[in-house]
Design a protein around this ligand. Structure first.
Ligand code: BES
Ligand code: MN
Ligand code: MN
Length: 463
């Protein structure tokens, strides 16, 4: 099939890439207060670009945190409406000295573009923008279907702003389905749709002992140590085989269907390679009675991310800190409910509190787990579009990661989602040397163009 939009996209590849680099130069780190202005600047740049390519009603929508970017084009009467979602915020870049090139100076090496946000999610979000530009250009300012674009700047910090907007203004995002490019392909050259994400609760446990920091010689032996208290609590949350000890934690879980489990078995997965090339550890851990993919995709986890407090400088300081913190998150699988799991966890942690210590257990953010239905024309069209570009059958996978808003799209907007992602397993998301395989940036744009063209050509539901 001859598709003028594809030709436009091919002719403009290098410009698209240079524009992406400009976006990547903006350090839009949502969690760091000192980057607040940068996050807004990224939103403004995107709003201008959406305007320039010919979308309408472009606006920044203020939230309690970073702004949302909205745009639409709704003139394809009788055609479906797509809600294109992406996030323009990024994770902090540290540790800086492990980057081969600076995180906010996008650099090409070996067919990859290295920068914080290259694949998560600026590069992938920008594929949507460039696919839409190509279509608008090739069709004299028209699109084959209706489109609303919503971009958030708080995904990496839990997405509270967009969740509130979706709950309060579902009519402003009315669509037939959502399209999200913020996931990975299962292997290079293997077109992949992600049909499930884990949910999560992110928590903090604060332990307080003495009224103030104490000399550990003068008081050690009689005064409580909040770090030790946290260690004792944390050690009782999970056993050596990875089973989480919180009473009731596993009660609501529904296992994947036998059909899904069978499909996972036929994916090209090599445990040795995963351990050595991706994880790089001397062993894999976790619940040994489940396969690695089941452990990653269909089982909950509990992790400790950091324990700020006390003395962490070079050298030695003999102090018993007055307080200590542990950052602890849990990944959830269907049908675990974040609020219920938090309540079970809080009660259990409090029951473990050692003498002389006060514990404060706080919820920072949460998101629902999700498994998508695949029996709809949107998933079908996505499968076909990716197959056309990659020349291989598209596989369905789940992912262990979380994108909190996808659950809200289902619940508040009552629409299905299509998660068409083009990251690779070794793209170093959230880590030093994050990259996007440049060929996948282009193949992603082509897949999206074909996807939109297909949906525009089909006779399916109207918004
Ligand atoms: N894009 C990721 C989630 C992801 C990664 C999905 C890999 C599939 C494959 C997203 O930006 C992310 O990092 N989400 C956070 C969510 C959290 C901060 C609420 C996550 O999973 O830790
Ligand atoms: Mn992401
Ligand atoms: Mn991320």
């Amino acid at each position: 099939m001859s598709i003028p939009a594809l030709q436009f996209a091919r002719e403009n590849q290098s410009r698209f890439l240079e524009e992406l680099k400009d976006l990547l130069r903006i350090p839009s780190v949502s969690t760091l207060p000192e980057h607040r202005g940068d996050v807004r600047r990224a939103a403004e740049v995107l709003a201008l670009e959406l305007q320039r390519i010919g979308l309408e009603n472009v606006q920044l929508i203020e939230t309690t945190g970073h702004p949302l970017v909205y745009a639409d084009w709704l003139h394809a009467a009788g055609k479906p409406t797509c809600l294109c979602y992406g996030h323009y915020d990024v994770q902090p870049p540290d540790p800086l000295d492990e980057w081969a090139s600076p995180p906010f100076e996008p650099t090409e090496r070996n067919g990859n573009l290295y920068a914080r946000g290259a694949v998560d999610d600026k590069g992938q979000m920008y594929m949507h923008v460039k696919a839409l530009e190509s279509l608008l250009h090739a069709h004299a300012g028209k699109l084959p279907l209706n489109v609303r674009v919503i971009l958030e700047g708080e995904e990496e910090v839990g997405g509270e702003g967009i969740a509130q907007f979706v709950r309060e203004h579902p009519e402003q995002l009315r669509a037939d389905f959502a399209l999200i490019s913020d996931t990975e392909m299962f292997a290079p050259d293997l077109p992949t749709l992600c049909v499930g994400l884990r949910g999560m609760i992110y928590t903090e446990i604060e332990a307080r002992g003495a009224a103030t920091d104490l000399h550990s010689g003068m008081y050690g032996g009689a005064a409580p140590n909040p770090f030790f208290a946290l260690c004792q609590v944390l050690a009782q949350l999970k056993d050596a085989d990875g089973r989480i000890s919180i009473p009731g934690f596993y009660d609501a879980i529904t296992a994947p269907s036998t059909q899904e489990l069978k499909a996972w078995k036929s994916l090209p997965f090599n445990e040795e390679e995963f351990q050595h090339k991706e994880v790089g550890s001397s062993a894999l851990t976790g619940e040994s009675k489940y396969s690695v993919l089941e452990r990653l995709w269909a089982r909950p986890t509990l992790e400790v991310h950091g324990m700020p407090g006390g003395f962490t400088g070079a050298g030695a300081k003999t102090v018993i800190p007055a307080k200590a913190l542990a950052k602890v998150s849990m990944r959830l699988v269907p049908e675990m409910e974040p609020q219920k799991i938090f309540a079970l966890y809080k009660r259990y942690v409090e029951s473990l509190c050692p003498k002389g210590i006060m514990l404060d257990v706080r919820l920072i953010h949460s998101g629902d787990p999700i498994v998508l239905r695949v029996d709809n024309p949107y998933v079908q069209a996505a499968t076909a579009a990716m197959r056309d570009v990659f020349g291989k059958e598209t596989v369905f996978v789940r992912s262990g990661g979380s994108i909190p808003i996808v659950g809200d799209f289902e619940r508040s907007l009552k629409i299905p989602s299509v998660m068409m992602g083009f990251g690779l397993p070794d793209d170093n998301l959230h880590a030093p040397n994050e990259k996007f395989h440049i060929a996948n940036f282009y193949r992603g744009i082509e897949s999206l163009i074909r996807f939109f063209e297909r949906l525009g050509a089909e006779k399916i539901g109207a918004a």
